[in-house]
Design a protein around this ligand. Sequence first.
Ligand code: GUN
Length: 292
Amino acid sequence: MTLLDGKKTSEAIQQEIAQEVEAIKSKGGKVPHLAAVLVGNDGGSVTYVNNKVMACERIGFGSTLIRYEDSITEEELLNKIKELNEDELVDGFIVQLPLPKHINTEKVLEAIDPKKDVDGFHPTNVGRMVAGLTAYLPATPAGILQLLERYEIETDGKHCVVVGRSNIVGSPMSILMAKAAYPGNATVTLCHRNTKDLGYHTRQADIIITAVGRPGLITPDMVKDGAVVIDVGTTRVPDDNRKSGYRLRGDVDFDAVAPKCSYITPVPGGVGPLTIAMLMQNTLKAAKKEVY
Ligand code: GUN
């Protein structure tokens, strides 16, 4: 069994990007700049956004963090997005999700200029991805593709079972794995909460990618010997032995499943760190105008 080291892979990608930024700077080119909008104080979201801003600093990007209270109105948020769309310093920006219930997430995402939508959540980028055109790919699925590619895991003709159909991970992942690219060219099954017998499907998988947020969902009886298991789940569970009071758990019962796998991602340290690296890569592409 080989552990897929997302932390190491993420560091390698970020180092490659940092070198490109150095080259851009030495030629007097535009230094990539990412802005992040964070609404409210959700612990997970605050940590994620802070990590994104710190990554910018580490690799030499400019960054702007814009924070609002939960009480911000939809109109105020839309006005900020309009401002960021027009700000020439900002190459790309993200609005951290989830947003408070009184704000219409679809409306907010649609207000972002697709050319600056480095999360790849705008319907234009989703549609371009499906059509096989250049697009900003959502960071987590793109990170998983990088992991498969850098560990030279064969996907061509394999059966990939994706568990979870979110707009952020499961749905785009299922599309990307089915496409005729490397890594890709897989036969894909997309399972979700209405799937009748999840284990029936996962047992047939050469590659399982799970993004549900239910700790321990994937047990050893659901995994074929030699399967590749990619765990996107990151649920905070209480842990009195930690200073933070919690630890992260994936969807996979790791200790029991790992011995059956050819490759598996740990949680934390698997897919999570790659999400940041791919957001940085999208921001670099935005600055270099590689997508639009
Ligand atoms: N919430 C969970 N994942 C993400 C992400 O990749 N981007 C944004 N903006 N919000 C998220």
